[in-house]
Write a protein of this length. Structure first.
Length: 89
């Protein structure tokens, strides 16, 4: 196979995967209505708990934070991904 044939096959495979992924998203939304929103809400509540400034937490001092910066980053990223999924529905 030359490069053009390979590119054509990859394009066809990508189109098939997009259709399959779209079908799976629709099936998930039909089987579990509101589940993505529920997961997003739980993630945001956990993120908010980590950013809460009560009980001696100083935003300027990461040593007083309730969560490690890595966990805050992962929660924020998860919230972004869940919102992208939600927007896709």
């Amino acid at each position: 196979m030359d490069r053009q044939d390979t590119a054509a096959v990859q394009t066809a495979d990508t189109k098939i995967l997009q259709k399959v992924n779209g079908s799976l998203r629709e099936a998930f939304a039909a089987k579990y209505p509101g589940q993505v929103e529920h997961c997003l809400r739980l993630t945001m509540e956990r993120l908010q708990a980590g950013l809460d400034k009560r009980d001696g937490v100083d935003v300027a001092d990461p040593d007083t934070w309730r969560m490690a910066t890595q966990e805050l980053q992962e929660l924020a990223h998860a919230a972004w991904l869940l919102n992208e999924i939600r927007r896709g529905f």
